[in-house]
Write a protein that binds this ligand. Structure first.
Ligand SMILES: C[S@@+](CC[C@H](N)C(=O)[O-])C[C@H]1O[C@@H](n2cnc3c(N)ncnc32)[C@H](O)[C@@H]1O
Length: 209
């Protein structure tokens, strides 16, 4: 296990990637093909920028990547934008809208600061997942994709059921580059059914499909 950790660390340094996190997106995309050339990608929980770098390469010069995080991201690519802000704030949503009103894929590596209390960390992670789902309802094109990180725990089952109401294809997958000891796993959602919810200020309102 430790050799694998060192392996990814060394590989990231050698290949010019930010960290092991970069390989999680590379491996998940290789398996599920959620980001393609020319796509518009919204990256939630983007700092320090590992996934922005990978996504911006995958979408190419005709694509767009918008990263959002509470913390800052220094690196900038020709096809990427970064917004420093809280995903729960309306002002952050407005800033995303100013750049693009629709996206082909939303990727969320959002993670709470861990407390060490398993149930609390799981609950905070679930809250972030539901926020990523809300934002997807607001920004995803019909048939769009969503990738969400979640800390494992009892509420995953309900989350997956709720996601299944909105996407045709839903799978849980833990990439090889994710430490086996980590409680994180990823939910891959493809084929967004329709644009159902719309965020108006701080309220969610129904929108005709
Ligand atoms: C695991 S890191 C993301 C790593 C990133 N995918 C990469 O490859 O560099 C999780 C991020 O979620 C962010 N985050 C947590 N809660 C947030 C919130 N409410 N709004 C915006 N970002 C948040 C944290 O600041 C943290 O940078």
């Amino acid at each position: 296990m430790y050799q694998q950790k060192d392996g990814y660390y060394r590989m990231a340094k050698k290949e010019g990637y930010k960290s092991r996190a970069s390989y999680k997106l590379i491996q998940l995309n290789k398996k599920f093909n959620i980001i393609k050339k020319g796509y518009k990608v919204l990256d939630l929980g983007a700092a320090p920028g590992g996934w922005i770098q990978i996504a911006s390469k995958l979408v190419g010069e005709d694509g767009l990547v918008v990263g959002v995080d509470l913390k800052s991201v220094k690196e900038k690519f020709d096809n990427s934008f970064f917004i420093q802000g809280d995903v729960f704030e309306d002002s952050t949503i407005e800033k995303i809208r100013e750049i693009s009103k629709v996206f082909d894929t939303v990727i969320s590596d959002l993670a709470p600061n861990t407390s060490g209390i398993r149930s609390l960390d799981h609950q905070r992670s679930i809250d972030l997942c539901y926020r990523a789902l809300e934002l997807s309802s607001n920004f995803l094109e019909s048939k769009g994709n969503l990738l969400i990180k979640v800390f494992q725990g009892e509420d995953i089952k309900k989350l997956v059921e709720d996601i299944k109401n909105e996407f045709y294809y839903v799978k849980i997958s833990k990439p090889e580059s994710s430490r086996p000891s980590s409680r994180e796993t990823y939910i891959i959602c493809k084929g967004y059914k329709k644009r159902k919810l719309k965020i108006e200020s701080s309220e969610l309102t129904e929108e005709s499909a």
